[in-house]
Write a protein that binds this ligand. Structure first.
Ligand code: ATP
Ligand code: MG
Length: 347
């Protein structure tokens, strides 16, 4: 069986450092490993419209932002197919069939969708498309015969739902669809990076983000105003690590080499944490360290992004070509499905 990756992002805003550690960095590594036969990276504009129906301009504008983030991080059109979801109408047809393979009760159990509904204050006015977006996501994944889906932890219920739909389809109509596996980040802190306020997950829709495109000054300002430990009032006080967002970010981004470069008094993160816990280490010092690390990671990404943004038509050209390739693949899968379902009347 071919090894195939499908993953993507909603164009609801430019990408942030949660995306970077949750999925983007891993995608680039997998792409460059040469171990995969096909890689599809989707900008999920149709999914983004399920909770932004009245704001299509926002989605339209952010397509190019997300594409620039992809290219700046090292996704390459020579190795990966970068495409736009709405340009693949086959996905809608698949979704329509899959909707018969799930119950409303099952959809209502999805914990990610549940918390998103709460966050968006839909209450009784949940758009039907929003409740069913995990089904459309199952179409996105199975249309490309994806074997592996590298994503953050909030996507676990979606991959589970996809596997259930694929299994059900195969059981009823015969072996047709590939059941994908999820690939979660290897560090705990990267599974669901919290927002700058330390409360909810960092999310474009909440605006609690450090964006990959933020200026060096903005990153510094955001880091210096980050939430730490409310009981750590004076430098000599004992500090807490749990729930301290600066340490969560250090867990997500720190490498030992950064100590040598920016904070040589400590050998590693464990030593820094121990000092903070016993007291005598101020918040400003750890924030400056985190700022240095983020600048080191984000400066080259931002510089590449600025270069790429000088030629926007080329970015659209990449997405156009990718969408043509993606459509060919999805249409082959759909033919296979129609045949299995016996709705290929004229062939
Ligand atoms: P929205 O608020 O519009 O849903 P988002 O910030 O949640 O936007 P998505 O486009 O929904 O971003 O997610 C794209 C990918 O990034 C998914 O694989 C998701 O798991 C991952 N991801 C998003 N936010 C985080 C986060 N804070 N930590 C780790 N991974 C994340
Ligand atoms: Mg999301």
């Amino acid at each position: 069986m071919k090894k195939i990756i499908l993953t993507g992002d909603r164009p609801t805003g430019p990408l942030h450092i949660g995306h970077y550690v949750g999925s983007l960095k891993r995608r680039v590594e997998l792409q460059n490993s040469g171990e995969f036969d096909e890689i599809y990276i989707m900008i999920a504009d149709a999914q983004a419209l399920t909770d932004n129906m009245k704001n299509p301009e926002k989605i339209r504008e952010n397509i190019v932002e997300v594409a620039l983030d992809y290219l700046a991080c090292g996704l390459s059109p020579d190795k990966s197919v970068l495409f736009i979801q709405s340009q693949i109408p086959e996905l809608c047809e698949m979704t329509f069939y899959y909707l018969n393979l799930v119950t409303v009760a099952r959809l209502e159990l999805n914990p990610t969708v549940k918390s998103e509904i709460q966050m968006r204050q839909f209450e009784k006015n949940i758009p039907a498309g929003f409740l069913t977006y995990p089904v459309s996501q199952a179409a996105d994944i199975t249309a490309f015969d994806a074997t592996l889906v590298p994503v953050g932890e909030d996507q676990s219920p979606m991959i589970e739902q996809t596997r259930e739909i694929a299994k059900r389809f195969n059981h009823i109509y015969g072996d047709t669809l590939v059941e994908p596996k999820i690939l979660l980040p290897d560090r705990n802190a990267c599974m669901r990076l919290p927002g700058l306020d330390g409360k909810a997950k960092m999310s474009k829709s909440l605006g609690n983000c450090i964006y990959l495109s933020d200026s060096s000054d903005d990153i510094k300002k955001k880091v210096m105003s980050m939430y730490t430990d409310p009981t750590h009032l004076r430098v000599e006080d004992e500090g807490h690590i749990e729930g301290n967002t600066v340490f969560t970010y250090l867990d997500a981004f720190c490498e030992d080499r950064y100590f040598e470069e920016f904070l040589p008094e400590y050998a590693n993160l464990d030593e820094l944490k121990a000092h903070y816990q016993r007291g005598g280490l101020g918040d400003v010092k750890i924030k400056k360290f985190l700022n240095n690390i983020l600048q080191d990671i984000l400066n080259p990404i931002r510089e590449r992004r600025i270069e790429l943004a000088k030629d926007i038509p080329s970015v659209y050209e990449i997405l156009k070509k990718g969408s043509i390739t993606a459509r060919e693949k999805a249409s082959q899968t759909l033919s296979r499905m129609r045949k299995a379902m016996g709705i290929n009347y004229f062939y």
